[in-house]
Design a protein around this ligand. Structure first.
Ligand SMILES: [Zn+2]
Length: 264
């Protein structure tokens, strides 16, 4: 069953690649035939099988033999891996849903998690490549996160938890934005912070922020030491926030409990 989740994930990854390629080029994201960016040849269905086609064609276009970026199959594999994790964590370990979600609440839970993961991987890639957090993706995702949270627990308690999370997540970056007069971070970070809060709720949003700073510093130190970046160069922080959010979505509660069980 985990393998079926994985396969579905690779298909979602393939869809992510298509949207990712078309969005900044002002192409419509509708169901148009995919073409090779180099030679313009219309690709056949057997050129578009996630991962398999890339390996089969040894990373080259079938028609013009130009190199295809390994990012495409990597995204497909990552989405496959994340959907496998959905199965492992939420079906196997926590038993929040059944392997094939049976009732409406389980179906919404699964669809919500999958949508949020897809959006986070998209935000990760987009900020990494263009240093930009797209409102077009973040704002609808904030709405989905709210509805998803409340569909699981429709109570005043949960509404407070999610709202507080969004305010803390967004407010954390809004404060930095005001203090630095917009030099440290952009408005996109504020909205992404609010998304993390809505999705994870209070107090897990704090964990995600801490994780993002850990990851960000570790990578920044690595880049400085290896001489790939200099002091003061830009770091796409949304990339780290997205990774931290994914980790927290799967393991946040466990990490939180583990941390507080430590005695110092
Ligand atoms: Zn080609």
């Amino acid at each position: 069953m985990g393998f079926i989740y994985f396969l579905l994930g690779t298909i979602l990854g393939s869809f992510l690649n298509a949207v990712f390629y078309r969005l900044p080029r002002q192409m419509s994201a509708k169901w148009e035939r995919s073409i090779c960016p180099n030679c313009g040849h219309v690709l056949k269905w057997y050129d578009l099988i996630p991962v398999v086609s890339f390996v089969w064609l040894r990373g080259k276009c079938r028609y013009c033999h130009s190199r295809i970026s390994f990012i495409y199959p990597a995204v497909e594999l990552v989405m496959g891996g994340l959907l496998w994790l959905v199965w492992y964590v939420f079906v196997q370990r926590k038993q929040i849903i059944q392997p094939v979600p049976a009732n409406l609440s389980e179906i919404i839970f699964l669809l919500g998690v999958v949508f949020l993961l897809w959006a986070l991987v998209f935000i990760f890639l987009y900020d990494f490549k263009y240093y930009l957090i797209l409102d077009k993706i973040v704002i609808p995702t904030i709405l989905v996160a709210f509805v998803w949270q409340l569909s699981q627990d429709f109570s005043l308690d949960n509404l407070a938890k999610v709202t507080l999370g969004a305010v803390v997540g967004g407010g954390f970056f809004a404060a930095q934005f005001i203090i630095s007069k917009g030099r440290w971070i952009g408005g996109g970070d504020i909205r992404l912070g609010a998304l993390l809060g809505a999705m994870l709720g209070w107090p897990l949003v704090v964990l995600a922020l801490v994780l993002a700073y850990f990851l960000g510093s570790a990578v920044a130190i690595g880049l400085l030491v290896s001489g790939k970046k200099k002091w003061g160069s830009q770091i796409p922080f949304g990339t780290f926030l997205a990774v931290a959010a994914i980790i927290t979505l799967f393991f946040g509660y466990d990490i939180w409990q583990w941390y507080w069980s430590l005695s110092f």
